[in-house]
Design a protein around this ligand. Structure first.
Ligand SMILES: [Zn+2]
Ligand SMILES: [Zn+2]
Length: 150
C-alpha cells in the first residue's frame, strides 16, 4: 500500500499488500497524537516497512527523513513513534518489549495510506471515545484482550 506524509518527504510502499489488522483507537493518547477525535492504526509486519533496519526492505534514505519520539506503552513496553522531520506528521509506531527488543509488528497511521478500507474495522478504547461508535462493529472498552496491535 502507498503511504505518504502531508508534505511528501516520507513516501513509501508497504511490502505486503494489506495490513494484518486495522483499529480506530479512541484513547486520549491517540486523540492528542492525531489532534483529532481518534487515531487509526494499520498493523503490518515490521519486516514489510522500509523504516526499520531489521526490515527486508530497509531504506536508510527514508529513515533519515524521520525522527523518533519515544513514550511509555502498555505492559512495560516502550513505544517508538516515527514522524516526518519536515512536516511533523506521525508515520509509524513500533513497540519495544521490556528488554528493549523491537516487536515484530508496527502500525502505520491510517490517514496516510491511500485506499485504506475502514468499513467494519474494530474500535478500541471506546470508554474514552468522544464520538459515537458505529453500530455493529467490534468494539472494546480498552485494549482488546489479545493485544495484537504490536
Ligand atoms: Zn512530511
Ligand atoms: Zn490509542
Amino acid at each position: 500500500m502507498d503511504v505518504s506524509c502531508q508534505c511528501g518527504a516520507v513516501t513509501f510502499r508497504t511490502a505486503t499488500p494489506t495490513p494484518l489488522s486495522v483499529y480506530c483507537c479512541h484513547c486520549s493518547q491517540c486523540r492528542r497524537q492525531s489532534s483529532s477525535a481518534f487515531g487509526i492504526s494499520a498493523v503490518f509486519p515490521a519486516s514489510a516497512l522500509p523504516v526499520f533496519p531489521d526490515s527486508d526492505v530497509y531504506s536508510p534514505d527514508l529513515r533519515a527523513r524521520l525522527d523518533v519520539f519515544t513514550r511509555p506503552g502498555n505492559a512495560g513496553r516502550t513505544l517508538d513513534c516515527y514522524f516526518c522531520r519536515t512536516c511533523g506528521v506521525r508515520v509509524v509506531h513500533r513497540g519495544r518489549g521490556p528488554d528493549g527488543s523491537p516487536l515484530p509488528r508496527a502500525s502505520v497511521k491510517g490517514g496516510l495510506i491511500d485506499g485504506l478500507e475502514l468499513k467494519g474495522v474494530s474500535h478500541i478504547w471506546t470508554r474514552e471515545a468522544v464520538v459515537p461508535i458505529p453500530e455493529g462493529v467490534v468494539a472494546w472498552p480498552e485494549s482488546p484482550p489479545a493485544d495484537s496491535r504490536d
